[in-house]
Design a protein around this ligand. Structure first.
Ligand code: IMP
Ligand code: MG
Length: 180
């Protein structure tokens, strides 16, 4: 059995997401925004975030896969599903679940900038700065967290636990295994 410890309650997450939506809407007041969700981890966060935003917006999604183990990215990233909307001339807001090493977002923002957007902003629900392997700072961060593996509110371990309404630390079970 895996064990969990709640790190951020549903109420904490919801309150912070509302603040982020308001801050982003203030900064982009009067503009139209293309909100890009990075699948799958960002899907729940993005659903709440766009409902907290008051600027006109459209949504699109990208799916990236990093070569490497399930818990650590290698820095080499492949686009599995690309955008359906053009980026050029638009204000872009990239929505990601968590910044860990920073390699995924660094790679992605380079790709997006080459497509000539008017601006690129990055919003991450969670940030683990102690694990950074490259210079990467988001414009908006929900919570800076210590170096724990977390699940819930879209984040998974082995594709599971995304449906938790809170964010929990996943603790390996006592015998060292991670299976049920
Ligand atoms: P980065 O390239 O190391 O910044 O990788 C970020 C990606 O790694 C995120 O989009 C997540 O998919 C995954 N990831 C990193 N840390 C965690 C975690 O604590 N829980 C779940 N997924 C994580
Ligand atoms: Mg992810």
């Amino acid at each position: 059995m895996s064990e969990f410890e709640v790190l951020l309650s549903e109420e904490q997450v919801q309150a912070r997401v509302r603040e982020l939506g308001e801050a982003i809407s203030r900064d982009l007041a009067g503009e139209q925004v293309l909100v890009i969700g990075i699948l799958k981890g960002a899907f729940i966060f993005m659903a709440d975030l766009v409902r907290a935003m008051s600027v006109p917006l459209t949504v699109d999604f990208m799916s990236l896969s990093s070569y490497g183990s399930s818990t650590e990215s290698s820095g080499e990233v492949r686009i599995v599903k690309d955008l359906e909307q053009a980026v050029d001339g638009k204000h872009v807001l990239v929505v990601e679940d968590i910044i860990d090493t920073g390699l995924t977002l660094k790679y992605l923002s380079e790709i997006l900038r080459r497509r000539n957007p008017r601006s690129v902003r990055i919003c991450a629900l969670l940030d683990k700065p102690s694990r950074r392997k490259t210079e990467m700072a988001a414009d908006y961060v929900g919570f800076v967290i210590p170096d724990h593996f977390v699940v819930g509110y879209g984040l998974d371990f082995d594709q599971r636990y995304r449906n938790f309404r809170d964010v929990r630390i996943l603790k390996p079970s006592g015998d060292g295994g991670q299976e049920e």
